[in-house]
Design a protein around this ligand. Structure first.
Ligand code: FAD
Length: 352
């Protein structure tokens, strides 16, 4: 018998869709994906530490926040900051990315979502019910599908970068920044958007110095993030510069990067124990090529405004896989909810 709803992906979009679909008694089956170099179950938030902007999870002195927001007799649900978490001598706690995702996963499980630790590697949307094939070789029939596969980090594509991956080249400061090889050493971050600044400022906790390599003479990052970069004494921005080669050897891994100027300066080598990439993402849609309409960057296309419908009726898309603009956990969760409601309505309309 065909599944009513199959959800592909395990980020905020996938789990929010699962929570809504499960509460609507649609018994969703969710494929959470496998561990790959630039992609892990629980989605992109699993690569980060503190999440300060997911509504309902205030960061800071949570007890003080609660007392200012909620009457004393209604404090039952809201804990004080955990012991040992302080910033500037005051209690401080923010939900961690993995913690937030584990909570979403548990919430989906509590309502009866079934989770499979495999990828979906192929789909047939030409017949109904749809047929999905997993990396473990199982074939699943589905009345509706919600694609919530997100996006993954981009690399420069240099041979030397490939050679030094996991030996000094990383696309995740939060995952790798605290490794001994990077401690008290100069590091390079490539990029100029919000995530580049987030990664660079995070790395200043461990590095002796962080150089942000940026190809232009101004940052794409938001004003508040730019200010954070300018105010950080350990962060230097190398304007009009691109990485030409990652330099290193077998015993030490990365020892530096050779930089080219995008204006007239001569190329030069700077010492660095690591190079962190923060140059955008690629949507995880390879297995959907030719099956669903996409934009020129490979993001799935919604075919109706304010609906999560794709080019195939009964297939819905949620989260970053269909959003190259907002790319936030909360927007992904929102469209995950929308996709579940859209799937529920589709099933009702088709007598399922
Ligand atoms: C370092 C970093 C920090 C961030 N910090 C914040 C923040 O503070 N606040 C915020 O709002 N946003 C933040 N973001 C952005 C946020 O993480 C994303 O917008 C959000 O996770 C997107 O959710 P999603 O559900 O669409 O997809 P993702 O989170 O990308 O999850 C999709 C998951 O689906 C799975 N998958 C992929 N392909 C398949 C397949 N074929 N079969 C099965 N499973 C598959 C993978 O496990 C993948 O990880 C951050 C991102 C990064 C990288």
């Amino acid at each position: 018998m065909a599944e009513k709803v199959v959800i592909i992906g395990s980020g905020p979009a996938g789990f929010s869709a699962a929570i809504y679909a499960a509460r609507a008694s649609l018994e969703p089956l969710l494929f959470e994906g496998t561990v790959k170099p630039e992609m892990i179950p629980l989605g992109q938030l699993a690569y980060t530490t503190e999440v300060e902007n997911f509504a309902g999870f205030p960061a800071g002195n949570i007890r003080e926040f609660v007392e200012s927001a909620v009457d004393a007799e209604r404090h039952y649900n809201l804990p004080p900051a955990p012991a040992g978490h302080e910033r500037d001598g005051r209690p401080h706690y923010a939900v961690q990315g993995v913690e937030l995702m584990e909570l979403m996963k548990q919430q989906a499980l509590n309502f009866g979502t079934r989770i499979v630790g495999e990828d979906i590697v192929d789909v047939d949307f030409t017949n109904r019910p749809f047929q999905l094939t997993s990396s473990g070789g199982q074939t699943v029939a589905a009345e509706t599908v919600i694609v919530a596969t997100g996006a993954r980090a981009n690399y420069l594509g240099l041979e030397s970068e490939e050679a030094f991956k996991n030996r000094g080249v990383s696309a995740c400061a939060v995952c790798d920044g605290a490794l001994p090889r990077f401690r008290n050493k100069p590091l390079v971050v490539v990029g100029g958007g919000d995530s580049a600044i987030e990664e660079a400022t995070y790395l200043t906790k461990f590095a002796s110095q962080v150089m942000l390599v940026h190809r232009r003479d101004e940052l794409r990052a938001s004003k508040i993030m730019q200010q954070r970069a300018f105010d950080d004494p350990k962060l230097e921005i190398l304007w009009n510069t691109v990485v030409d080669e990652v330099v290193g050897d077998d015993s030490q891994g990365v020892t530096g990067v050779r930089l080219n100027s995008t204006v007239d300066q001569p190329s030069r080598e700077v010492e660095a124990a690591g190079m962190f990439l923060a140059i955008g993402h690629t949507p995880n849609t390879e297995f959907l090529k030719g099956k669903l309409e996409m934009n020129d960057k490979g993001y799935l296309r919604w075919t109706e405004a304010f609906r999560t419908k794709t080019s195939v009726a009964g297939v819905f898309a949620a989260g970053d896989v269909a959003d190259d603009y907002y790319r936030q956990a909360i927007t992904s969760a929102g469209t995950g909810c929308m996709a579940a409601l859209d799937a529920e309505r589709y099933l009702a309309e088709h007598g399922k």
